[in-house]
Design a protein. Sequence first.
Length: 114
Amino acid sequence: MNWEITEIDALGRIGKLTINKKEMVTPNLFPVVHPYKNILSVSDLKKIGAQCVFTNAYIIYQNLQTRESVLKEGIHNYLNFDGIIHIKLKVIHKLCFLQYKSHEYTDVKVLSYH
């Protein structure tokens, strides 16, 4: 992850955030998308300028068909979005807690757990 300041004006800053070769200008808004119920499709959000989206892992986890599709295709292919995707991972933390039976797990364990 890399963030660089590209412009400064008084106390405001414009920057560029790069995560895994995906870029977005900051500050930015993260439209919240449901993994499979959207009035406006994720690809339509991309067309109108969205550089990032936010979704929820618990919704993905609850639906077996969606979960299997995401695990098979990957979240970017499933959502048809090549930008930055932030996923709320509380369900993953719960699963790690159940697996490790303690709060002593690292972010690496959380991110590598499926």
